[in-house]
Design a binder for this molecule. Structure first.
Ligand code: GLN
Length: 260
């Protein structure tokens, strides 16, 4: 949907088709006022998803606010890849590392039958949103708060799959990006001078939390494919299985398997 359509279907509480089919559809005074407020905020580059407090991902409606990254269409490729690999597993144990809004964990919990999903985030405020999204979609997820694997250290949990869309933007690249990004949590976007800080930590520790032959499926930032592949092969515990390109032909998702 175009943004204007998204805003109007929200305000009129109708479907996209109704905007065109219902010849009598009008905004009343109050709705027109809401619409102009939406436009005034959008003109200042605030993302529409924050203004409306919602975002669609994998065909599901998620609550979002400024404490969480807005789900991106490319991240659906990450979820679809995870579904493909987990389809034939019985009761797969899945960890969504840095869950943010919970969009990845909730989608997997709904779409991988029998899955047991855990989701962690360093931000307590993000976890509040993730928990609400889990309730909204009647998902059953174990939520953990802390930095990356820290909250898992004493849990003794091992997973068939660890999936993550970590922050991956390099500090120096940040200034040149769309103004909309400045509304999103820096914590969910920026990762050190080269954007690889989180991948380094994940490559170092993920194997400790995976079952034998367990999978690690990561979203990649632009141009990061070989650097992340190197980090994973250097540590000797992973074999790279495949990378998947997004709609712009950018290597976006990497699948690796624990080999020890
Ligand atoms: N894909 C997001 C963007 O380019 C970044 C998300 C992330 O850092 N994981 O805006």
């Amino acid at each position: 949907m175009k943004e204007a359509e998204t805003a109007l279907t929200y305000i009129l509480n109708c479907r996209r088709a109704d905007l065109y089919l219902d010849a009598d559809l009008r905004l009343n005074k109050q709705q027109a006022e809401v619409f102009s407020q939406v436009l005034l905020r959008r003109i200042k580059h605030e993302p529409l998803q924050y203004i409306l407090g919602r975002s669609e991902f994998m065909g599901l409606d998620f609550k979002v606010n400024k404490n969480v990254l807005i789900p991106r269409p490319e991240t659906e490729i990450l979820v679809e890849t995870a579904i493909k690999y987990m389809k034939l597993k019985k009761f797969p144990r899945i960890l969504d590392l840095g869950t943010g809004s919970g969009c990845i964990g909730v989608s997997l919990s709904k779409m991988v039958i029998g899955s047991l999903v855990s989701a962690s985030d360093i931000s307590a405020l993000a976890l509040e949103v993730a928990k609400e999204n889990s309730r909204r979609h009647s998902a059953k997820i174990k939520f953990l708060q802390g930095d990356l694997f820290a909250p898992l250290e004493k849990q003794g949990l091992l997973f068939d799959l660890i999936v993550s869309n970590p922050p991956y933007i390099a500090k120096k690249d940040f200034a040149g990006l769309a103004e909309e990004l400045s509304f999103e949590p820096l914590l969910a976007l920026q990762a050190g001078v080269d954007g690889l800080d989180l991948y380094r930590k994940i490559a170092e520790n993920a194997a400790d939390y995976l079952l034998p032959k367990g999978l690690l499926i990561l979203e990649l930032g632009f141009g990061q494919r070989s650097a992340v592949e190197n980090l994973l092969s250097e540590n000797g515990k992973f074999e790279i299985i495949e990378t998947i390109n997004d709609y712009n032909d950018i290597a976006r998702v990497l699948v690796a398997r624990k080999e020890v």
